[in-house]
Design a protein around this ligand. Sequence first.
Ligand code: 5GP
Ligand code: ZN
Length: 139
Amino acid sequence: MQEKDCLFCRIINGEIPSAKIYEDDYVYAFLDIAPGQQGHTLVVPKKHSANILELDNDHGAKILEAIQKIAPAIMNAMGAEGFNVIQNNNEVAGQTVFHTHFHIIPRKVNDGMGLWAPKPYETMEKMQEVATKIIQALQ
Ligand code: 5GP
Ligand code: ZN
């Protein structure tokens, strides 16, 4: 269920302190120690999985339910008008803690946070080539 050397398992167990904001049988949510914006929260399944590909469906559904409950509260508390849900998988994508987690980051107008710089396809044909490659990989 949990791994003794996993940072987030240890936070869930209470071995490492955290600023907890929500907990139920499946989910634990606490403030990120290095927030992108004040109120940046991590929503974590209690059952250990390394990333979203290993997350079981029960925990996935409960995580989504918790996000729908927590995000409006974060927005209200922080005076934010919106929020991002960010979820990193594998080191190359910025994952640094290998226990599945979802970032909720409250957003305000002109808060200076950017997410990605768009790299448009050169042509519609190139876009379709990429779609075809992914569809083939799904077979
Ligand atoms: P990742 O980069 O894996 O998507 O996100 C991991 C997040 O965990 C980072 O945003 C980082 O600031 C946060 N984090 C790392 N160690 C701790 C900790 O000990 N306590 C808390 N509250 N957050 C942590
Ligand atoms: Zn863990």
